[in-house]
Write a protein that binds this ligand. Sequence first.
Ligand code: SAM
Length: 279
Amino acid sequence: MTKQLSPLYVVPTPLGNLKDISERAREVLCSVAWVAAEDTRHTAPLLQHLGSPARLLAAHEHNEAGAAGSILAKLAAGEAVALVSDAGTPAISDPGARIVARVREAGGRVIPLPGPCAATTALSAAGLEDDHWLFYGFLPSKSGQRRKVLESLLELPYTLVFYEAPHRVLETVADLAAVLGAERTLVMARELTKLFETIQRLPLGEALAWMEADPNQQKGEFVLLVSGCPQGRDDGEAERVLKLLLAENLPVKQAAKLAAAISGGSKNALYERALALKG
Ligand code: SAM
């Protein structure tokens, strides 16, 4: 009879604030034999902070296939392994998916813990009322390719969620406005859970100037969220009604509700559109 593999735990870690480690994550990280980490130097202080005696092994983008083999060998030897990335949830724009796939293929049990993730943390505070959202993660680094991807997302009525690095954030915001349109709403969630956390909501057309005016707003880690493409049975009709109601000085929420009822359009999309029109 083949021996059962020990479980692989997938463990999210704090985005910045160490207090965001869950009780369960602490328990798992302190009880497993091994922690497979994206950067062992980065994770060592976290384990020390938690008082975990677990040994570290490297599992990063460039050795993921090899790391999967070592992890399987440990699981087969009866040693439990926890998989972590530098921050947030493994396999979300981070290494991890290949390791999980290998363990599953081998018949192993993968136990995911819920926890910090920059995308969901940003979404929870964005106040964008689309009913659906699409996580894209990092856009291509070259502007031409980036714009092409954005064009493919242009008509989706979903909140779009992107990750971006500080050295590219200005050019990405410029491309978001150029392709998705100046009137859609951008929520820039910067340095979440950290000292300089900023969550700024503004029309895409104003975002670049706002960020350029303050170099501090160009620093750190970013989630960029863009409201979904406004849609209705007839966008032109919905927009015409919305503008008429706003011109009568109706509150944004009421104007959106009425415009949706009259035109058959989406109330949430019309609300976002009304906010954009109001600037
Ligand atoms: N796996 C992580 C997660 O669950 O969110 C994401 C890892 S990805 C390599 C790193 C990117 O996540 C950053 O470039 C940034 O876009 C986003 N991010 C991570 N921490 C963040 C924070 N504290 N505030 C805003 N964005 C953050």
